[in-house]
Design a protein around this ligand. Sequence first.
Ligand SMILES: *Cc1c(COP(=O)(O)O)cnc(C)c1O
Length: 400
Amino acid sequence: MNNQAWLDRYKQVMVPNYAPLPCVPVRGEGSRLWDAEGKEYIDFTGGVAVNGLGHAHPELQAVLLEQGAKLWHVSNYFANTEAIELAEMLTEATFAEKVFFANSGAEANEAALKMARRYAHQHFGAQKDRIIAFQKSFHGRTLFSVTAGGTDAYKQGFGPLPPKVEHLAHNNLAALEELMGDDCCALIMEPILAEGGIHALDPAFAQGVRRLCSKHQVLLVLDEVQTGMGRTGDLFCYQSLGFTPDILTTAKSLGGGFPISALMTTTKIAEVFQPGTHGCTFGGNPLGCALAKKTLSLINQPATLQGVREKGARLVAGLQAINQRIPLFAEIRGKGLLIGCELKPEHKAKTKTIHQKAVDHGLLLLMAGPEVLRLAPSLLISNNEIDQGLARLEQVLKEV
Ligand SMILES: *Cc1c(COP(=O)(O)O)cnc(C)c1O
């Protein structure tokens, strides 16, 4: 059956909340995918920063088979060895002392915001309830996480939304100082606005946020759902920004492609979740935790993280060279292997065309808003795959 036949069937039975590209992938290996017609693609999407180790990594396959033959799920009536060991590894690698597992980024952020509210209720009283978030940020699609996100279109038609969530522009410390008070319980932010167009937080701003949060006893929730797990060249992005959050959430690459997310925090803050206060049926299942253990052990190695920085630099250099020959981009920015190419205002309308035309040329790209092409490939992408992908991109840009 060809791609179009599958897409026709898709249309018949799927809720129409996505607009799938015209190829239907059926197999992957490393940074290559093949569609239902056998056509090959270079994958610069990395499953939207989820396939941190690429497709069908042999060591993850081995864990999947081994754990799959042993134990998949036992529920939270039980402790399980895989979750314990994964939490030990995460606390060892970060500021955190305690971990809560869920399945998606939105669930981890939902838990973080609930935890912050409860912490405020318990330590200061229910009047400390305001939450500060940022314009253009993205935190997921549950009602609380989408309310914290900074895109109004994602909230339209879903009201009433949870109240007391306010939004502010990034990197404006004076405005934050004005807005924040002792009646705030949480501030949630991404270290790099990922879906919002690859805009990095100024380190001085991040440190200023930390200072203000501490001053007003506001919990700083750092959403590293996309930037975490080596994506920017550090295990977590905060580690290069000179500050420490109170709660960190991560998801996308954590399971190497298997759905799992984590909330990480200190023992003191974690105390507000007691038996009965919060939970997650699938969260921390042995299968997901075993895969995340292996993923984390492969990513959290100096050679892998150094590789992310080097490959990111190679990609950016290649993009800049292309832009010299075909000057469509106003700016090429990002960190590690999270890269955004913003089109010049006069070429803005071409973003979507490039995204779609790339498919014809065997190249898969992401977008981040209407004028930014986003690249978030596997952290293990080879130089050869990078160069081949760039060559295909140049062909696409020539045509548009
Ligand atoms: C993808 C993303 C989310 C949402 O994750 P889901 O797994 O889709 O719920 C939240 N925050 C950031 C920064 C993300 O990139």
